[in-house]
Write a protein that binds this ligand. Structure first.
Ligand SMILES: C[S@@+](CC[C@H](N)C(=O)[O-])C[C@H]1O[C@@H](n2cnc3c(N)ncnc32)[C@H](O)[C@@H]1O
Length: 342
């Protein structure tokens, strides 16, 4: 039996499974089951509510095992265990693969990918998070993070340290990798600018740093617009994923204004799944899964670039504005009347 499915235990029919286990995550679970069954080569009609073939033993114990509450190193935006595992399933992560998270934070997505046997790598602009320094997010254990509170220790906690490749301090807007299809999967939760600001290295002044200053130099940062984060993510994935490798990421949306034109697209990446998780009345996020279906090389014209047709992410803090800005109240009313009219 596969170790991939979670929450699919002895449900007699698809309808029962969705009622018992998936509940409000129906959209996610169906997309996840599709990813698992296609990985295992099982042909099923997941739209048939009476479908009753056993696909896998349930894995609900993993939610407890990997619970963030019991994790060694956590932060304010650590992704919960269920969603992290679901993302790894969507990416069809399996043993021997290399998975990369460019906005790694405390590494929750790397833990999930390593659970499925992948080697893991991450990057983050925040030096404190990469080195496990600074203020702790855990209550009642002092003000600062303890020694060895870092991503590697998290993997060690679950017996997965042998799959840890490394994590590096890096700004995603400045590429540091040799251009090659290096990764089998990219799973990530980019910053939305709500709980943390979206920054990249840059500034108005040209700075010259001499050798002596280099070690101590902290470069200035400037706004990293959401539209650039997401187009960079797709352009990066088109270059660095192997063919048929998957990109899985969260995209924040304003629920009243959401249309499919807000999903970024790229000529080398095909959309596989797109499911909503409401976060509040106004704001939600969509879990987007894409597969690299062609290489960049050999395409005609200039190198193809990612695009967002409805560029609602162009302004800095675009989503933050919708949560806290002038129009937040109007948007709330718009969603409520949309829900009532259903
Ligand atoms: C939503 S958090 C990721 C949380 C992570 N999934 C976890 O479980 O801890 C987004 C991360 O992106 C990082 N980040 C923000 N701007 C960045 C940039 N320009 N390049 C790389 N990382 C960045 C932040 O420091 C933050 O750790």
């Amino acid at each position: 039996m596969s170790q991939h499915a979670i929450g699919f235990k002895m449900a007699a029919t698809m309808r029962q499974y969705l009622l018992c286990f998936a509940q409000e995550h129906v959209e996610f679970r169906l997309a996840e089951l599709r990813a698992i069954t296609s990985l295992l080569g099982i042909k099923v009609d997941l739209n048939d509510p009476e479908y009753d073939q056993m696909i896998s033993e349930g894995q609900r114990q993993l939610e407890q095992l990997y619970s963030v509450k019991k994790r060694h190193f956590i932060g304010n935006t650590s992704m919960d265990a269920t969603l992290s595992l679901l993302m790894a399933n969507q990416a069809q992560v399996r043993p021997g693969m290399v998975t990369f998270d460019p906005f790694v934070g405390t590494g929750s997505l790397l833990v999930a990918a390593a659970h499925f046997g992948s080697y893991v790598l991450g990057g983050d602009i925040n030096i404190n998070i990469i080195h496990g320094r600074g203020k702790t997010s855990r209550k009642g254990v002092g003000q600062y993070r303890g020694k060895d509170e870092n991503i590697r220790a998290n993997l060690r906690q679950y017996g997965l340290e042998h799959l840890y490749l490394d994590v590096l301090v890096s700004d995603f807007s400045c590429q540091v990798w040799r251009v090659q299809p290096l990764f089998d999967a990219i799973i990530t939760d980019p910053p939305y600018g709500i709980r943390e600001s979206t920054r990249k290295i840059g500034g108005s002044k040209e700075l010259t740093v001499n050798e002596e200053q280099e070690a101590q130099h902290i470069p200035p940062t400037t706004a990293y617009h959401l539209s650039d984060i997401f187009t960079d993510l797709l352009n990066f994935s088109a270059r660095f994923l192997r063919l048929h490798g998957r990109l899985v990421y969260w995209l924040p949306v304003c629920r009243a204004e959401y249309t499919e034109d807000q999903i970024p697209h790229h000529p080398c990446l095909s959309l596989v799944a797109n499911s909503e998780q409401p976060l509040s009345t106004t704001i939600g996020r969509r879990l987007v899964t894409m597969e690299k279906t062609r290489h960049m090389e050999g395409l005609e014209g200039d190198s193809p670039r990612a695009e967002i047709r409805d560029d609602c992410y162009r302004d800095h803090n675009a989503i933050r504005e919708k949560v806290f800005g002038q129009n937040a109240k109007d948007l709330k009313m718009k969603v409520m009347s949309k829900t009532e009219s259903r």
